[in-house]
Design a protein around this ligand. Structure first.
Ligand code: ATP
Ligand code: MG
Length: 575
């Protein structure tokens, strides 16, 4: 391909809203052009990247026995009602909904469990037709709360989503493992550094799930891991071992104390010397939302620990939680913010407690009276026993749940997610097959996603320098550029055309930069665009010498024409 025929428009300045390198560099390189928040045009070079990545995904999934299909983007509300997800997605505000001319409600697919389940249910009647695994690579639509970081969190973005259907859990386990292996090969083929972590199953639901994380400082996800045991989990899901808390000691009588304007754990530590945060139970009020109701709930957590809201949503089987407002706290407890506690809490407010408080005696807590706290509170005697659940946010430095060694922390970009769904959707939607005994059984399902537009952006996060992108060769728009520095000079044109032809012959994905621009501008453009191998034909063309550049580290050398092909193939690992 000749770059003079490709629409390339690099910018001098970073866009104002670009916070992270991939967004900055892809926008400046003209790879992506924003049309609305989280909605982008993929320019020709970016589309080549996406297609190359998608091709790797296709090859590995086909190898794993999955079938490519194409499902409709527009989906009828009824399907989502049949799975029970319409309300949750509408309440979350994540789904784009619309009405057709007859007034029927529809949505733009944020995900495709419903459509795929309906499709396979219509096609597969017998256990003999399984296993089935279908995937598609297609645009998804999600009205994200915070679309940002360019392709990382779009509102229209490209996803590969696959769905497996088996007759039993054993079959699902096999399908899941096959997909997990395929994912590993996909990300390895792109030369990405990634890690697999235990994950929360979120709105999709199901038994277990793992995320594939590309390790990068700009990642929105936080990962806790232990090298000794290999344990790794998204912080949303992670657990840890805590050192044994100082025992509360022999049960003592409870006492109530005036604590005017003393509201926070830190203030209480000052006010009651000797009562460290670990001896306190803070009580945090949340407003939780379910499909058909909402309520304020109280959560007791050890004073030195934090609440994990994802675990709280799961424990409550709620759609969402948020901190209660001052007014909601006053209405639920009768007291101002900072004085809530289990003592004297209305029976109407559900009370949960973190496992770190289980069996603890003589706690410092609030008592739902403005300006007062209680010492030596013993749940079960002085107040209701809370429902104990794991509600705690695990933190770096705490013990690995497997080895006990200190957990380490890293940031990651979620590029893939695999779930064991089980029969959640098939049961809800009545999607069944005939088993060996001729009895109807719900399909046992798995689902699997890859961010097809997010992964190239993640690759840029891992592969760039201050001058521009440094594409990993397998997904680079072109592997090699041959550039003529002065397209008006016949000897340069001739030599560049010759090298271009030779490299094409050798099976290299090469482009010819024949654009009329100054050598300085051309070099700069290519630093920014980041093709892995760059060959420039300039003033020394007559002597048969060219400039050879490996984009990673900007290693430059002068090379004789006869050596170019060999060096290019070696640089691409193909010699
Ligand atoms: P996240 O936690 O980042 O919001 P998710 O859990 O909602 O992602 P899934 O529903 O598991 O994502 O989607 C599968 C894959 O699609 C994700 O692993 C991610 O790579 C990609 N993806 C999800 N949301 C977006 C988005 N808004 N923009 C670009 N890619 C996305
Ligand atoms: Mg996810």
């Amino acid at each position: 391909m000749r770059l003079s025929q490709i629409l390339i428009a690099t910018l001098r300045e970073d866009p104002a809203d670009a916070e992270i390198p991939s967004h900055r560099l892809l926008a400046r390189g003209g790879y992506i052009v924003k049309i609305a928040a989280g909605v982008y045009t993929f320019a020709p070079l970016m589309w080549r990247v996406v297609r190359k990545f998608a091709q790797i995904v296709r090859e590995e999934l086909d190898r794993a026995g999955a079938n490519e299909v194409m499902l409709p983007i527009i989906q009828p509300k009824e399907l989502w009602v049949s799975s029970g997800r319409w309300d949750r997605y509408v309440t979350d505000g994540i789904m784009f909904t619309l009405k057709d001319r007859k007034g029927s409600e529809m949505c733009l697919g944020p995900t495709h469990e419903e459509v795929m389940t309906a499709y396979v249910n219509a096609q597969v009647n017998s256990y003999k037709q399984m296993p089935v695994n279908c995937y598609q690579i297609q645009d998804k639509f999600r009205d994200e709360i915070r679309p940002r970081f360019g392709l990382m969190r779009g509102r229209e973005f490209i996803m590969m989503d696959a769905y497996s259907f088996d007759a039993d859990v054993k079959g699902l386990d096999v399908a899941y493992q096959k997909m997990r292996d395929a994912y590993c090969r996909i990300f390895e083929r792109c030369n990405l550094r990634y890690t697999i972590v235990q994950a929360d199953s979120g709105a999709i639901g199901g038994a277990g799930s793992e995320e594939f994380m590309v390790v990068a400082d700009s990642g929105e996800d936080s990962i806790l891991f232990c090298e000794a045991s290999g344990y790794a989990a998204n912080v949303e899901k992670a657990t840890s071992r805590l050192p044994d808390a100082p025992a509360g000691g022999e049960v003592r009588p409870m006492s109530k104390h005036g604590t005017p304007n003393v509201r926070t754990v830190a203030q209480l530590e000052q006010f009651f010397p000797g009562w460290q945060a670990g001896r306190m139970a803070k009580t945090v009020l949340y407003k939780a939302t379910w499909k058909d109701k909402e309520a304020v709930v109280a959560v007791m957590m050890r004073g030195d620990l934090e609440i994990n809201e994802v675990k709280l949503v799961n424990a409550l089987d709620a759609m969402a939680v948020r901190l209660a407002t001052d007014d909601e706290i006053k209405a639920a407890t009768g007291a101002d913010t900072g004085f809530a506690g289990p003592v004297g809490l209305s029976d109407k407010v559900r009370l949960l407690g973190d496992l770190s408080l289980q069996g603890r005696t003589n706690l410092l807590t609030g008592c739902n009276e403005t300006g007062f706290h209680c010492l030596d509170v013993n749940p079960g005697r002085d107040c209701r026993m809370p429902e104990f659940k794991d509600l705690r946010l695990a933190r770096a430095g705490e013990g690995c749940p497997v080895s006990g060694q200190p957990l380490q922390q890293a940031r990651g970009i979620e590029v893939g997610h695999i779930f064991k769904l089980g029969t959640k959707y098939s049961s809800a939607m009545g999607a069944t097959f005939m088993d060996q005994g001729g009895k109807p059984q719900p399909f046992v399902m798995g689902c699997y996603g890859i961010g097809v537009s997010r992964t190239p952006a993640a690759a840029v996060e891992q592969n760039h320098d201050d001058k521009g992108v440094v594409w990993p060769a397998p997904i680079a728009p072109f592997e090699v550029v041959v550039g003529m520095l002065d397209p008006k000079k016949d000897d340069q044109v001739k030599l560049a055309e010759q090298l271009y032809g030779e490299l094409q012959q050798a099976g290299v994905d090469v482009c010819l930069d024949d654009r009329p621009m100054s050598p300085g501008a051309k070099f700069k453009d290519h630093e920014l665009l980041g093709l892995p191998v760059q060959v420039f034909v300039g003033r020394r063309a007559a002597e048969g010498m060219v400039e050879f550049l490996i984009r990673k580290g900007l290693q430059k050398s002068e090379l004789a024409v006869a050596d170019v092909k060999g060096r290019v193939l070696a640089a691409l690992g193909r010699s």
